[in-house]
Design a protein around this ligand. Structure first.
Ligand code: NAD
Length: 715
């Protein structure tokens, strides 16, 4: 043994050829401080090893190296810039040491080589991957750029164009794609990885592969003519402006940096990388995106725990083959849980199956699924007009019409058919789980399972615990949602549950503005372009359905009369009464007609404008700050209430639910992160300015207290 530690070891494979094997104590290899220290020490030993002729860098785990340790980031980035500079210099010294070994080096890549893992393979002279490899630099997704030499080495290895694409999108790449651009030198089967790496290394040692010139290229300025450079960087800037937009500074910074250091050698270029990295590490956007990554790990961890506790769901059933039932059946089948889809109408079943077939067809078209895979999934959806095949289901998801009476009857019927320990879950969007539980003999086996539309796309599932729901039931439904590839978040029962409960106060803020003559198009523009929502509130109401929203408003008014009582002359009522239901019937705040692809295209509708002007007067302009405050304060206050009342268990889960359920702007990190960023005292002052607008604008006592104490939601 040449070197041994709890993170990696180095040993001879055969005379002259050593292998550095990463094998950390946890489940994956990552570049935490401990690993970096041992990595450095091992390289120091290797530099002085007289008989060394070549080095293989490999992993003993199922993945190569997943990247830097993101759990260390927020604390580290809060340090003064000089500390960050030191950390980057020290770490890059290590990567340079690997690149500068006096012998050829090869990375043998299995599984993930992301971020720092990808930067480590780039510091080697040669790279061979097996078919399981996934390679990429995802740092821009965290609001950062690669900081261990990735912006310097990657363009010099795969060319500026490809590197700009890899770095600005942050995507991971399959080995065949990586091979095509020259990021790796060969792809082999997993059992041939080690022997292929040694064989290639031997060719380098024998002088058959010119590893020295490959190495030199990484340390020299980029070879680009002026015209090539202008083309590459202008195109990249255009792409980034279009795709990332103005709220995400990292991809823009990456292009600027790569351009800036393109004429420089390694040492100077790395200095540029350090400076750009530090600047980004100090931004609110990086804090927000890193925070989301950590929150995601947290909620996934909770789901994993539930999965360990729960008996696996082998067979599912869904009642109702409508928009939601069809989507749930598809998602269940596609992720490997066979499902019975029951409806009372044959046309509904046909429609549900056709929708599933259409979605699968698209996957086949894109090459993500083989035709026999499609047949297998479709066979896993068994349509039925009676309950008989539902009897064997471990979990039944009820997704019939939103009517408490119908749901009560259907739930009681199915309870009589399934096994004693089967779990029933309702996909209701508004009806209290405790109310529905009253129809059941075994309310402990019942909870809410609230999907979002379209089911196959929206990542969130709210799992709603009723007063009588057992822990086993929650665990089983959480496990099932996770198996369906969704992010389950457990909330307690209340009208609107968590997501809709905080969404409707936002709509109330919007309605109040309209009643004062605000222009909904201006509001939509401010809330989407400036605040960053995927769409503004008027468009969102049209997408949700004005009839659905109208119904929800009634439920919320009954549930929270003191804050959400029916608003007189509410624009949503106005639209509803005029039969303007939004996208579903082609007219709401906007009007819709199918575009060439058959998707509804939104245009301005003079009739809607005239109707609003009649009701509330000629449109008036409000400044963006007022629009944001008046729509967001009610949503934020309600979110804070949900946390205080224990509807949602933690700021992390609340922020993830808002991101995954309604597309809260990721660069703001969620409502609690947003509050921490702007400062609780500033928020309280902002809300107080609008206190005269009613109780939705009133800050809770506890939040006021936290603000006075200078407290935060995230530490
Ligand atoms: P939908 O009208 O498209 O589908 C309802 C289906 O239930 C119809 O196919 C109908 O034939 C069937 N059905 C009615 N009675 C039945 C019975 N006794 N047994 C079996 N099937 C029966 O409705 P949807 O939009 O899919 O909504 C279903 C549920 O999901 C509702 O509770 C709704 O609130 C909730 N939900 C909807 C959305 C959404 O955006 N559409 C989002 C989240 C939750």
């Amino acid at each position: 043994m040449i070197f041994e530690s709890n993170a990696l070891s180095v040993d001879w494979l055969e005379p002259g050829i050593a292998q550095m094997t990463f094998d950390a104590e946890g489940s994956v290899n990552k570049f935490d401080r401990n690993t970096l220290t041992h990595f450095h020490n091992a390289l120091n030993v290797l530099h002085d090893l007289p008989d060394l002729k070549g080095l293989v860098v490999a992993s003993a785990k199922g993945a190569f190296i997943v990247g830097a340790d993101i759990t260390e980031f927020l604390t580290l980035f809060a340090e003064p810039e000089s500390v960050l500079q030191h950390w980057l210099e020290e770490t890059n010294l290590i990567f340079n040491k690997l690149e500068d070994l006096p012998v050829p080096t090869i990375a043998a890549i299995n599984g993930y080589a992301l971020g720092g893992g990808c930067e480590a393979i780039l510091a080697c002279d040669l790279r061979v991957a097996d078919s399981s490899a996934r390679i990429g630099l995802p740092e821009t997704k965290l609001g950062l750029i690669p900081g261990f030499g990735g912006t310097v080495r990657l363009p010099r290895v795969i060319g500026a164009d490809n590197a700009l694409e890899w770095i600005t999108t942050g995507k991971e790449h399959r080995p065949d794609a990586a091979l095509q651009v020259g990021a790796i030198d060969a792809v082999v089967a997993p059992d041939a990885l080690s022997s292929a790496a040694v064989a290639m290394l031997k060719r380098a040692i024998a002088g058959e592969i010119d590893w020295q010139s490959r190495r030199a290229r990484k340390q020299a300025p980029l070879t680009l003519s002026k015209i090539e450079a202008a083309m590459s960087f202008t195109t990249a800037k255009g792409m980034v402006a279009m795709k990332a937009g103005p709220h995400y500074p990292a991809p823009h910074a990456a292009v600027a940096l790569i351009e800036q250091v393109s004429g420089q050698g390694r040492a100077e270029a790395l200095q540029g990388e350090h400076a750009a990295f530090i600047k980004l590490a100090k931004t609110d956007v990086a804090t927000a995106l890193i925070g989301l990554f950590l929150n995601d790990q947290y909620v996934k961890g909770k789901a994993k725990k539930a999965t360990k506790l729960a008996k696996p769901v082998e067979q599912a059933a869904v009642l109702g083959a409508g928009i939601m039932g069809g989507g749930i059946a598809y998602q269940s089948a596609v992720k490997g849980t066979p499902v019975v889809m029951k409806d009372i109408a044959q046309p509904a079943l046909d429609l549900g199956l056709n929708e599933a077939a259409k979605l699968l067809g698209k996957q086949v078209e894109r090459g993500r699924l083989k035709p026999d895979g499609m047949a297998k999934v479709l066979n896993n959806i068994v349509p039925s007009l009676d309950y008989a095949p539902v009897a064997h289901a471990d979990v039944v998801v009820e997704a019939v019409v939103e009517n408490p009476k119908v749901k009560g009857i259907v739930l009681a019927e199915v309870e009589g058919v399934v096994a004693e320990d089967a779990v029933l879950a309702s996909n209701t969007s508004t009806i209290s789980i405790d109310l529905l539980a009253q129809s059941l003999k075994r309310p402990e086996n019942f909870c809410g399972m609230h999907f979002f539309n379209p089911v196959h796309r929206m990542p969130l599932v709210e799992v709603i615990r009723g007063a009588k729901t057992s822990d086993e039931t929650v665990a089983k439904v959480v496990a099932y949602a996770a198996k369906m590839g969704k992010t389950p978040i457990v909330v307690n029962d209340c009208p609107g549950f968590f997501v809709n409960r905080v969404l409707f106060p936002y709509f109330a803020g919007f309605s109040l503005l309209l009643k004062e003559g605000a222009d909904f198009q201006q509001i939509d523009k401010v809330m989407s372009k400036q605040f960053g929502w995927p769409m503004g509130p008027a468009y969102l109401l049209d997408v949700v359905g004005i009839d659905t929203a109208h119904h929800c408003l009634d439920v919320m008014a009954a549930g929270f009369p003191e804050r959400m009582g029916k608003m007189e002359n509410d624009p949503v009522d106005l639209m509803f009464k005029a039969d303007r239901y939004g996208q579903k019937n082609g007219k709401g705040f906007f009007q819709y007609a199918p575009d060439r692809k058959g998707k509804p295209k939104k245009t301005v509708d003079d009739a809607a404008l005239a109707m609003l002007t009649d009701a509330y007067g000629a449109p008036k302009s409000f400044d963006a700050e007022t629009i944001i405050a008046r729509t967001m304060v009610p949503m934020i206050n309600e979110t804070v209430r949900c946390l205080e009342e224990g509807i949602v268990a933690s700021p992390a889960e609340a922020d993830m639910a808002l991101l995954y359920g309604i597309g809260f702007p990721a660069f703001r990190g969620g409502i609690f992160r947003y509050l921490d960023t702007i400062g609780l005292d500033r928020f309280v002052a902002m809300a107080d300015q609008y206190a005269h607008l009613g109780p939705l604008y009133q800050v809770t006592d506890k939040l006021r207290e936290m603000a006075a104490q200078g407290a935060r939601f995230y530490q």
